[in-house]
Write a protein that binds this ligand. Structure first.
Ligand code: ZN
Ligand code: ZN
Length: 281
């Protein structure tokens, strides 16, 4: 490209030296960062296709990110399942039917957003396209959640729900670790990516029935030989909480290995899933 045809901002800034840069700083930097965004994400927002106007490296626009529906309202104190229609009663534990039956081996689980609409698309981007800045964004939200919950989510180490070695080799990464690693950094806790391992792969079948889901994870995890778990408070991290079966299986393994407590955080939570021991939904 001939020098005469460069954008006027750039040309002027060049002519004006440092002062020109300063005078032009804002507009020019803005221009440059927007140009970089359009180079990396020429297709626009990966959810609505709208223009990406900020210099964030997340390929989702601010409006779509803001549209993610938070998990809120009255939640099951243990698994964090929304309990619509319930009114809070002073001094009484609010538990979903599964937790009344003490289904889960984890002490507490919380999730950032409901697994529906734009959130499903975002999780798929994380899962299949390894978009790390998006993992970082979700991790920030989970850190906020952990801080808001305070002591009840306190932990000594952060551990991602592992993929089977074969699956991780095929994919090249573990999407849960894309959340747990930046989360551990934000919470200033050690990240133990290899403390847990999945010893039996998930069946290849896409849709598993409720029974198959529980069956497929039962005994499917182990702690790595030689790893120190004794007396640790573990924070497990996964992308989606669906039935809670996976987190439960991981928590059981950790408790059997001597962990003092296991709590869990997930980016999203599926709500239209039947719960074990109930005929709801
Ligand atoms: Zn969008
Ligand atoms: Zn519950």
């Amino acid at each position: 490209m001939a020098s005469g045809s460069t954008s006027s901002g750039v040309a002027e800034a060049r002519r004006g030296g440092v002062r020109g840069w300063l005078r032009h700083g804002r507009g020019l930097l803005g221009e440059i960062s927007d140009a970089i965004v359009s180079v990396f994400f020429p297709a626009g927002c990966r959810i609505c296709d709208g223009l990406l106007t900020s210099a964030s490296r997340i390929p989702i626009c601010a409006e779509c990110l803001a549209s993610f529906e938070r998990v809120r309202g009255i939640l099951c104190e243990v698994c964090g399942r929304p309990l619509p229609g319930l009114t809070r009663k002073e001094g009484e534990a609010q538990l979903c039917p599964a937790c009344q039956n003490k289904t889960y081996a984890f002490e507490k689980a919380r999730s950032f957003a409901l697994y529906e609409g734009a959130v499903v698309r975002a999780i798929l981007l994380l899962k299949f396209e390894q978009i790390e800045p998006l993992g970082g964004w979700f991790a920030e939200r989970l850190a906020e959640l952990a801080n808001a919950e305070g002591d009840s989510l306190a932990a000594d180490v952060v551990v991602p729900v592992p993929l089977h070695r074969q699956r991780e080799r095929e994919r090249g990464y573990n999407q849960a670790a894309m959340l747990s690693k930046p989360l551990a950094k934000r919470l200033r806790l050690p990240h133990k990516a290899v403390l847990l391992m999945r010893t039996r792969a998930r069946p290849d079948k896409q849709m598993l029935s409720l029974e198959e889901r529980w069956e497929s994870v039962r005994g499917a995890f182990a702690t790595r030989p030689g790893s120190q778990v004794d007396n640790l408070r573990v924070l497990l991290v996964d992308d989606v909480l669906t039935t809670g079966a996976t987190l439960d299986a991981c928590a059981r393994t950790l408790r059997d290995a001597g962990a003092r407590s296991v709590v869990a955080l997930t980016a999203a939570r599926a709500i239209r899933n039947p719960l074990p021991g109930t005929r709801e939904w």
